[in-house]
Design a binder for this molecule. Structure first.
Ligand code: GLU
Length: 427
């Protein structure tokens, strides 16, 4: 599985993603007149676990890594969400990401709450053996709080099928020594992964772009696309939007950004990246900065990197008509206001990238029922789910004259609050 890549050149590390998540919640609470107590419940994760992970490195030394698992809310179902490996991981980042998962699962209307995990590490500087030992130690450390009906992890930035397989194996051996594929999703097909899961985030995003273009009467054949980040989500988003007729004109990864206004073929660029390790030096393309990339005149901008890429500093300079967020948290609340004023339609992360967790749900269902679905069946069900989620959000956006993020949040918070109220407080 290809790993996510990202462009961190304009990542604003001083903006705290959890504060952004809390601002989004407060703004929504105001609009829907949320009870203060319920607001407080939603403002902090139910549980956040910090673990210390000693690992024997290849040179014989012991190195200790820090990892987290944040479980935000499980009113609607088990906690669900990925695990990321990145030097920028922090407790506040995983808390924010876990809250966004709660909203994402509610928007997609799948029976899960939100969770997220991460390890502070630089995966590019770990050998395969070190990555396996670190992953298994992390799985051991969180084993008591995850489980097929409690918390089901998945891939995220710089993790994929390999890591999921080690976590499933470690968990299964610890908890009764029988295979339990339903404890984790995003697995390789051979051990219970789902067909279509690898492409699912990009496929879901392309469906939301298709729906947005139809509402805005934009012809995909005349559309140009800019993609920030050419990892799993970025690549498949680009490919599937290209299949609808659009032309990708600029793209980046962690090593640099390239642009060719006559078009960049996604398939050829993927080959170039496989051969050279980066999108940089793609034949016929000019090299540009990250700011130039985001501010390129285009129809659709797809941030598929890390958080806080579109801020109040650059939001006013963005020329895209649609922003479809493949990554989580790329736009700050201040930037949202500017984009809304400028009539740019933002398809927020909790809607645009919900295809990933939706197919994770299908994978989990297949595992629980010991079934295998065809790729066509997975893709059809995904299309039905995401099209419905888009329509639900768009209706709220249209009727209430709020941006699409607020519309998604209104839908999500109302669904979660309804579940909390019906279940009641215990004791
Ligand atoms: N990490 C992905 C996300 O942010 C997928 C989560 C999942 O499949 O559980 O949505």
């Amino acid at each position: 599985m290809s790993k996510a890549s990202f462009d961190n050149s304009s990542a604003n590390n001083t903006i705290n993603p959890f504060e952004n998540a809390l601002t989004q919640l407060s703004e929504t609470a105001k609009i829907i007149g949320l009870d203060n107590g319920l607001h407080q419940i939603l403002a902090s994760p139910k549980r956040v676990l910090t673990v210390s992970l000693p690992v024997r490195m290849d040179n014989g030394e012991i190195k200790v890594f820090i990892g987290f698992r944040s479980q935000h809310n499980d009113a609607r179902g088990p906690f669900k969400g990925g695990i990321r490996y990145h030097p920028q991981v922090s407790i506040d980042e995983v808390k924010a990401l876990s809250m966004w998962m709660t909203w994402k699962c509610a928007v997609a209307n799948i029976p899960y709450g939100g969770g997220k995990g991460g390890i502070i590490c630089d995966p590019k500087n770990l050998s395969a053996g070190e990555t396996e030992r670190l992953t298994r130690r992390y799985a051991f450390a969180i084993a008591d709080i995850i489980g097929p009906h409690t918390d089901i992890p998945a891939p995220d930035v710089y993790t994929g099928g390999k890591e999921m397989a080690w976590i499933m194996d470690t968990y299964s051996m610890m908890k009764g020594n029988y295979v339990q594929p339903e404890v984790i999703t995003g697995k390789p097909i051979a051990i219970g992964g789902s067909l279509g899961r690898n492409e699912a985030t990009g496929r879901g995003l392309a469906i939301t772009v298709r729906e947005a273009a139809a509402r805005l009467k934009i012809n995909m054949k005349d559309s140009t696309v800019v993609v920030q980040g050419f990892g799993n989500a970025g690549q498949f988003s680009a490919q599937l939007v290209e299949e609808q007729g659009a032309t990708m004109i600029a793209v980046s990864d962690s090593k640099g950004c390239v642009r060719n206004r006559n078009g960049i073929s996604v398939v050829k660029l993927r080959k170039h990246k496989e051969e050279t390790g980066s999108v940089v030096n793609y034949p016929g393309a000019e090299s540009i900065s990250n700011d130039e990339l985001l501010e390129t005149d285009c129809t659709i901008l797809i941030p598929a990197a890390l958080e806080n890429q579109i801020t109040k500093q650059n939001a006013g300079k963005i020329k895209a008509k649609i922003i479809a967020e493949a990554s989580n948290g790329p736009t700050t609340p201040d930037a949202d206001k500017i984009l809304f004023q400028n009539q740019i339609l933002v398809i927020p992360d909790i809607l645009a990238n919900g295809g990933g967790v939706t197919v994770s749900y299908f994978e989990w269902l297949q595992n629980l029922r010991r079934e295998y679905w065809t790729e066509q069946e997975v893709n059809n069900r995904l299309d039905t789910n995401i099209t419905k989620a888009f329509a639900d959000v768009y209706d709220i956006h249209d009727k209430n004259k709020v941006d699409m993020r607020k519309a998604s949040m209104i839908l999500a918070v109302n669904r979660v609050v309804e579940a909390i109220k019906i279940r009641g407080l215990w004791p």
